[in-house]
Design a protein. Sequence first.
Lengths: 164, 784
Amino acid sequence: MSDKLKEIINKQKKKDSLSISHLDEVVQLVGFIIGEEEYAVPILTIQEIIKPISWTRVPQTPAYILGVFNLRGSVIPLIDLRVKFGLKAKKHNEETRFFVLKQGNEVAGFVIDRLTMALRLKKGDIGAAPDSVAGDDSKIDGVGKQDGRILTILKVKKLLERDF
Amino acid sequence: MDEFQEILQDFLVESFELIEQLDQDLVELESRPEDLELLNGIFRVAHTVKGASSFLNFDVLTHLTHHMEDVLNKARHGDLIIDANIMDVILESIDLMKELLVTIRDTSADAGVDVVECVLKLDKISGGDGNVEIPISVAPVVVEEISAQEELDYDNMSDEDVEAEIERLLAERQTQDKAKRAAKIAAGESVPEAPPEPSEADEKPKEVAPKAPTPVPTASLRAKAEDAKAAAPTSRTPAAVEQTIRVDVKRLDHLMNLIGELVLAKNRLIKINDDVEERYEGEEFLEELNQVVSIVSLVTTDLQIAVMKTRMLPIGKVFNKFPRMIRDLTRELNKKMELELAGEDTELDKSIVEEIGDPLVHIIRNSCDHGIEMPAVRLAAGKSETGTITLKAYNEGNAIVIQIDDDGKGLDAEMLKAKSIEKGIITEKEADLMSDKEAFALIFAPGFSTAAAVTSVSGRGVGMDVVKTNIEKLNGIIDIESALGKGTSLKLKIPLTLAIIQALLVGVQEEHYAIPLASVLETVRISKDEIFSVENRSVLRLRDEVLSLVHIGDIFEVERILDSSEHVYVVVLGLGSSKIGLIVDSLVGQEEIVIKSMGAYLAGIEGIAGATIRGDGGVTLIVDVAALMHMAKGVKATALVDEGSSTTKEKTKASDYTVMIVDDSKTDRMIMRKSLEPLGVTLVEASDGQEALAILKQGDHHFDAMLVDIEMPRMDGYSLATEIKKYNRYKNLPLIAVTSRTGKSDRMRGVESGMVEYITKPYSADYLSSVVQRNVNFKSEFLS
């Protein structure tokens, strides 16, 4: 094997490891709006995003639980994030979407006001949650910055946790 | 190692099966000590276990079974008559055997169980020097019988012993050849690879008959067949072995889940078929579609039944342990009791069979302890000295009924009431209102016990409570009948399966709920005048019973937006031993539903057992009847007719008035808008009835009047008016018809559907404005 070839292979190896570490530092998120704020969740926690469909109310539950809906044969809870975040409920409109989030065996649908975009954020651009809301109980994983926008990154695990 | 584990598994499964059968046989044996068939069967079990355990090197177990075998062998040859004392020792040894098997199952070793004492007792019996031994009186026919221990002396052995020995050797050889099937072959002598068997089988009955005469001479002819049955309960005759296969329950569960999905898809298909039928009436392809849908639906139902059957087990599996229990109780309580079993072949879903055992134990213990009297008391009462408990299972519709009868002293309603008041379970007032049946049901109340003294058998006041909870968990119903001095009869009615159920769909306002049909006793339609209020609770007199009522809307927090009619439907629910009437707005129908969980997030919502998916793709919640009954206690009766809460706010400016314009023509809407704009009122437009209804339902605006065109697509003005009037909130909303229809009948229809004014096109702007002003009570100061 010629030295040149070795050199090329080495170079490629370097590149590979570089790109891997580069990938490592980027987080892919999907942004959405609730009220006035923009939030985001990791793209891999999203099972699907659907337009609003009819649901069935479930009694004896807090107001933010709208009920359950049928997602291709599975019965899935539907949670209104507006109400959950202390805002007034709003009529669903053209832009309303159901975010179906999944973590482990837990699946739930979340109503959001509007979808923004899928984005890649460098790890370095994500700051820790403000001290006042940090901690294990917090639903906030961190705060992302991109092009002057500020995104609140949510902990999907916390969202899917029953808290009533 | 893996192979050893596999053999071990087979050995354990088979041994437990054999022992289950053994318990029953032994109790029977006590009453018929000379029954050779039974003895042979029992002997064979001990023998099989011994053979297999020695192969697997379980020395303690082998040691124990060997001695059991000795005793049984003696009895079999007539050297020993099994009496109660000997039986106690044998039963003790069987208990030890079970204990050992459990230990083996858990630890793969048979250490840790002390068998020495029992072995000594057994030895004493078979050795003949113990005082428990009683020499046999009907033994003259025993020919050249050599002591059972000399099994290896082939020349001097009786035919039976030869057979046993051949069998044992055969078993050993087979285990070495085909280790996996070792245990099976030793027991199931009908396995084809055992060539010497058939000839043995043929010879044996003839040989046996003269040797040990049994009370029923013909019995010996059947001996062989019976033996086989006892040893391998699954095969009826040695010749025709039933082909069976062991399947992991998980696979069956998965199969059942898939069928569930199929049932839902079928429901959906039927619904779509109905819709299509409506839309394309008379089209040719409809017939074909109809055929396909009915075939699919038929096959799905058959498939469902077939899969359900694979999960079914005979209830005899549970019943089998009771003869032994009764026997033990007889000795413990010094009573004379007999257990009669019937319908052991009745089949039930595996999961239910597992759940039903405990409740039955409690019920039977209770019958023995509280129901059946002491022999002396029975004689004094003119009854036979021996009390009889009958355990019976049979099918009734889509359910299985397990009936437990005793001929004991029966339940005393007054005594039960007094006891309950004393214990604070009920108040005196409640007691006065109680029927006898309700009083009987008190025995299921937590903390209740009628036994004066707590015995080891019952009286701790937990047992019957457990019965109720377990039966309710299975959606079952308990029915008690009792006659003082004659006995008590308890009926448990349990649905056949848990996964796919028949449900009654009911409507309340705009919501639907599914109630398991097993819990529905009947439905009645009553007028509101028939509902009485007693102590803040609604009650209904239904025939000669007083039924407490609860509105489903109160339990599930349903908002009353629709006006309720003069009549309501009452669904009478029965569960366990209690009854309640559930008021609903409408009955939708019966449907086959599949229970789906709502996931961990919504698990355990009170009153909801799960959800199901309906034919239209929507989700319907399934009512948890047990929880509902519990919740009903806390719900106060609410007035059935909610007077529409008129939240009309004070109008402070002209734009506080809101009027809806409903017309399909844009021009017409424009004309109306132009006429009303000068007033300054807020105007909302809708282009047809459905849209208007949707806007109303959203509740974004509070409307003071509506202008409605009659002729509109999708939903015309009349239907719109009728729909609107169904809502409590809009009962007093003025509806003004604006139409070019001028016929008298049109006007009449308008009035019938609830229109207050009728304006015919064309009209002047001023006229329309004045009509609207009049109807919304427009304050003159806003007029500019």
